[in-house]
Design a protein around this ligand. Structure first.
Ligand code: PAZ
Length: 358
């Protein structure tokens, strides 16, 4: 296959098919958002897990990535604790809030259960007599039940990068009615490349020809339309993953300059559970007035031509969040606790400081 095409977001959505469940998914989101608005709750969209890139229409093979969805699922729990309602948009079978504590075999839930009784058919399942495990499970279950009773968590699934892009656009548009009360927390690991439907082979690619050459197209950069068109006044947080530490800050800055959203959180593959960097734009303070000139005198001088926001020079603020890389036994501190506390603080301050809604 050859001839790669450059897709804008517009041409992407005009040529790639919407997933069949989209309309039904969005109906659910609409109802959820309306309920949260009626309860005056802030809502955060959390995206989580990796996307696949199918190579065939009748898909046998696909490209995938490493993400297990830990960041997204853990963050969703801390957002819920902080009083936000959460739309959790995740890769099918990746980690989910609450169940993450006992799924994916790192902490298998069967180990927390015990058989009560004497081996007769009337046996019942109880919780293991291990007191620490009981307390942990009780805490998770209590929070899960609280969130369920509030109706504060809504879950959506994607598999392919195409599912992800269509859902992201539609959910963002629905959520934009909440304006500044909406946050978008984009932690999913989204493929940068894809194979357009028009270039896919219908059936399983045959191995008879020896090596396989596939030229993929670039996935359109959707942060720009997300900021400029899909969301109105929302607080947008994107993640930047690198394997070279030295690229984190320059790439995060470039993303902020290019897309104009609020925060980029940079993380390196191997240290992502212990340290992240928040990168934000700051307007450069105006240069001090010359000595002897006060504000009133300056006011008499001809006004300088207005600057376009794009031309205004920007500075950046970076701050690191770190937790110990090797927690003491029994210490289950998660970096997401500090990430979410910091974001809630910034979202509050941002709502306070931006002009009132029209
Ligand atoms: O899902 P996980 O906890 O294993 O990994 C989280 C992460 C590294 C995918 C996330 O923190 C992130 O950086 N997402 C954006 C990746 C990117 O497109 O740059």
């Amino acid at each position: 296959m050859d001839q790669s095409t450059s897709f804008s977001a517009e041409s992407y959505f005009a040529t790639q098919p919407a997933p069949p469940t989209l309309a039904q998914d969005i109906e659910g989101v609409k109802e959820f958002v309306a309920r949260q608005a009626a309860n005056n709750r802030r809502v955060v969209l959390v995206t989580s897990g990796g996307t696949t890139v199918p190579l065939e229409l009748n898909v046998v093979r696909f490209l995938d990535n490493f993400s297990a969805g830990t960041r997204g699922a853990t963050s969703a729990e801390y957002f819920l604790k902080a009083g936000y309602a959460v739309i959790f948009m995740h890769r099918q079978f990746s980690l989910q809030p609450f169940s993450r504590h006992y799924s994916h075999s790192t902490n298998p839930f069967l180990d927390f259960l015990a058989i009560d009784g004497d081996g007769a058919d009337t046996e019942e399942v109880g919780i293991t007599p291990d007191k620490r495990a009981d307390a942990e499970l009780f805490g998770v279950l209590k929070e899960y039940k609280r969130v369920q009773a509030l109706g504060a968590l809504h879950t959506l699934e994607f598999v392919t990068v195409n599912d992800y892009l269509w859902l992201l656009r539609a959910v963002s548009q629905e959520l934009s009615v909440l304006r500044r009360r909406a946050m978008y927390y984009l932690a999913a690991a989204v493929s940068d490349f894809f194979l357009p439907r028009q270039k896919m082979s219908e059936h399983k690619i045959q191995s008879g020809k020896g090596s396989l050459h596939i030229e993929m197209d670039q996935v359109p950069k959707v942060l720009k339309p997300m900021v400029e068109e899909w969301t109105r006044d929302g607080y947008i947080v994107s993640f930047k993953l690198e394997t070279d530490d030295g690229l984190l800050i320059p790439k995060a800055r470039a993303a902020l300059e290019r897309y104009g959203h609020q925060v980029v959180i940079g993380n390196e593959l191997h240290t992502r559970k212990y340290q992240v960097v928040f990168v934000e734009r700051k307007r450069k303070p105006l240069p001090p007035l010359p000595p002897g000139v006060d504000d009133d005198e300056a006011g008499d001088a001809p006004a300088p031509p207005p600057k376009s926001p794009q031309l205004e020079s920007m500075t950046f603020a970076e701050s690191w969040i770190r937790i110990p890389a090797t927690p003491a036994v029994g210490n289950v501190k998660e970096i997401e606790e500090d990430i979410i506390a910091e974001l809630v603080r910034r979202h509050d301050a941002w709502i306070e400081s931006t002009p009132a809604e029209i």
